[in-house]
Write a protein that binds this ligand. Structure first.
Ligand SMILES: Nc1ncnc2c1ncn2[C@@H]1O[C@H](COP(=O)(O)OP(=O)(O)O)[C@@H](O)[C@H]1O
Ligand SMILES: [Mg+2]
Length: 265
């Protein structure tokens, strides 16, 4: 099962990806959580202590590794021919960090290709690694992504079983959902599901329900606004380690069941 979590900044992608990863791991699944957002913070949402989290270097910034695998330092660009299919099989085992409940975390970071022609070494490495994770790894892979997905290219996105797009009550996050919906066929994303988050009232729930229905996308879960999530963030901890029966966690548990049922894993 290969799942990605996308959506506008601040809607709760990292919280949802991390919590889902840990809840699945608690049931005995092998879970690999991948931080592919340039704003890296999946580690703390997973409950990895800050001192340890701060020591993790994203692969996109690991110049030594990039040069070792592609033959060229990160700055290289046009006109340089480096190995386009570097070996990446050992990267998860070498650089993955094991967090609470046994979730394995890989901090990839992101590299944007400046334009279609650009193929810098870091980008080439991450692309190959991403495809490796989606094709070869046997674990459940949950990727925390940023909104823009175009830079990943079709070769990657079509190998994800499903993309959860998180929305909150507000037009901006719905616009992001619509944009991803438009891109879905071009990128060959197999399935897009919406997840409503930070819901404080029936009106807000209805807003999400109607907007998502208009976009013609199934809703996988409604997650309430939950003070425990805020408290956890203030303390730099995982909400699961503060109160694992809080309302938002209960809804993510329902989301987990929905996904297990829908994708039969
Ligand atoms: N259900 C929720 N209830 C309350 N606060 C939430 C909820 N979901 C997310 N948050 C808060 O919203 C902020 C953004 O969440 P985060 O997961 O970092 O979003 P993203 O990864 O999409 O940028 C954080 O401060 C987080 O604690
Ligand atoms: Mg995030």
């Amino acid at each position: 099962m290969k799942l990605s979590v996308a959506g506008k900044g601040g809607v709760g992608k990292t919280f949802i990806a991390a919590t889902l990863a840990r809840l699945l791991a608690r049931e005995g699944y092998n879970v690999l959580a991948v931080d592919a957002d340039s704003n890296i913070n999946l580690a703390s949402s997973l409950g990895i202590p800050r001192e340890e989290a701060e020591g993790i270097i994203p692969l996109s910034e690991n110049s030594k590794l990039i040069e070792e695998r592609t033959g060229f330092p990160p700055g290289s660009s046009y006109g340089v021919i480096f190995r386009m299919t570097p070996t990446v099989n050992d990267i998860v085992d070498r650089f993955g960090v094991v967090g609470p409940d046994g979730v394995k975390l890989l901090v990839m970071g992101t590299v944007r290709a400046a334009d279609k022609g650009c193929m810098c070494p870091a980008y080439a490495l991450l692309r190959v690694l991403m495809q490796h994770l989606l094709i070869q790894r046997r674990e459940i892979v949950i990727m925390d992504m940023e909104a823009g997905l175009e830079h990943l290219g079709r070769g990657t996105t079509r190998r994800m079983d499903s993309m959860l797009v998180v929305v909150e009550p507000g037009m901006k996050s719905i616009e992001t959902l619509r944009r991803i919906r438009r891109l879905a066929s071009e990128l060959e994303i197999r399935e897009v599901l919406a997840v409503g988050n930070k819901i404080r009232s029936d009106d807000e729930r209805r807003f999400i329900e109607e907007s998502v229905r208009e976009a013609d996308i199934p809703i996988a879960a409604y997650i309430p606004y939950d003070p425990v999530v805020v408290e956890a963030d203030l303390k730099g901890r995982s909400p699961l380690d503060i109160d694992d029966r809080s309302p938002a966690i209960a809804s993510i548990s329902n989301l987990k069941e929905y996904l297990k049922e829908r994708y039969k894993f």
